[in-house]
Design a protein around this ligand. Structure first.
Ligand code: ADE
Ligand code: ZN
Length: 324
């Protein structure tokens, strides 16, 4: 089945580009930028990747990305991911980036987006992988900073498919960003948002995301199963969920495979994605294999997961149809 999964044309919809920063590249960029890392080598760095919750992961994630400083750094980061994606038969990816994680430490917005955009263009031309960017706001920063970031993005609107919301969910409900999302919608951005697995008030956060914000998609979102009404709304609207099994296993008590199974059986457009593969040790191929090992998925079910993903992409209909 591993070979079958390897051969499936894939679609990645939940991937933080900063979460693809592998230790080897981290060392390379640190050397390039004259930054000293607190680890002797790659093995020591990997050994420090010990997290058991979203917040303990985020501490290491933000620390790690400090080696990213220049446009070529962002280019190299995205190119490395897109090469890996091409190897795994990923045909299309929607890629999150966290501009505030960089502007907050003095790296200009345009440095980040120009490097990423150039990699996306080159990867399409050289590797045949198509990709778009989704700009995420950090929910543990103030809404005013998110709004300023949104305004700063407007000259680059053609390079950004939509907006998302990530980082530490505790005490940072969707509602906090209602005005930012309203403006983003007016500007023509599509809308998604993390509703991380098993966070405090998880189902209430999903309700706010759907009913108050009107998101087009939900990142993670497995906790809709706690509220039948939410399941019905998601089904009625044909909304997609971007699930990340291996990531779930790191930041909660399990991969949530049974929940994903239930959602599939209900006909929800569930998809399988990799979140932060350099930290969770699994790209989309490994995530599909892990879910298959847990649920004994059939070939048809695996193919359906990828059809779900292509169906809920933020591509125009004719491009979607070319993948389906
Ligand atoms: N930022 C990067 N990965 C994340 C995750 N899994 N949840 C929330 N914010 C994130
Ligand atoms: Zn995520």
């Amino acid at each position: 089945m591993k070979d079958f999964i390897a051969g499936l044309p894939k679609c990645e919809l939940h991937l933080h580009i900063e979460g693809t920063l592998e230790p080897e590249l981290k060392f390379e960029l640190a050397a390039r930028n004259g930054i000293e890392l607190p680890y002797a080598d790659v093995a020591e760095m990997r050994a420090a990747y010990t997290f058991d919750s979203l917040s303990s992961f985020l501490t290491i994630y933000y620390e790690g990305m400090k080696v990213l400083r220049t446009e070529p750094d962002f280019y190299d980061l995205a190119m490395a991911y897109l090469r890996k994606a091409a190897e795994q038969n990923v045909r299309y990816a929607e890629i999150f980036f966290d501009p505030q994680a960089h502007t907050s430490r003095g790296v200009p917005f345009d440095v980040v987006i120009r490097g990423l955009r150039r990699a996306l263009m080159d990867a399409h031309a050289q590797l045949g992988v198509r990709a778009q960017l989704i700009m995420c706001f950090l929910r543990d920063f103030q809404a005013e900073y998110a709004m300023a970031t949104l305004l700063e993005s407007l000259p680059y609107k053609e390079w950004i498919a939509g907006v998302g919301l990530d980082s530490d969910e505790r005490g940072n409900p969707p509602r906090k960003f209602a005005a930012v999302y309203e403006r983003a919608r007016q500007e023509g951005y599509l809308l998604t948002m993390h509703c991380d697995v098993d966070q405090d008030d998880a189902a209430e956060h999903i309700r706010q995301a759907i009913e108050e914000i009107g998101v087009d998609r939900i990142d993670h979102g497995v906790n809709i199963l706690e509220d039948q009404r939410l399941v019905e709304v998601v089904l009625a609207r044909g909304m997609g969920l971007t699930c990340c099994p291996i990531s779930n296993g790191y930041v909660t008590d399990s991969m949530k495979a049974e929940g994903i199974r239930k959602l599939m059986d209900l006909g929800v457009r569930v998809t399988v994605n990799s979140d932060d593969p350099a930290y969770f040790d699994g790209y989309v191929q490994e995530n599909l294999v892990a879910l298959h090992d847990a649920l004994q998925l059939t070939r048809e079910e695996l193919a359906q997961l990828e059809r779900n993903a292509f169906e809920i992409t933020w591509l125009p209909r004719h491009l979607k149809d070319a993948y389906l």
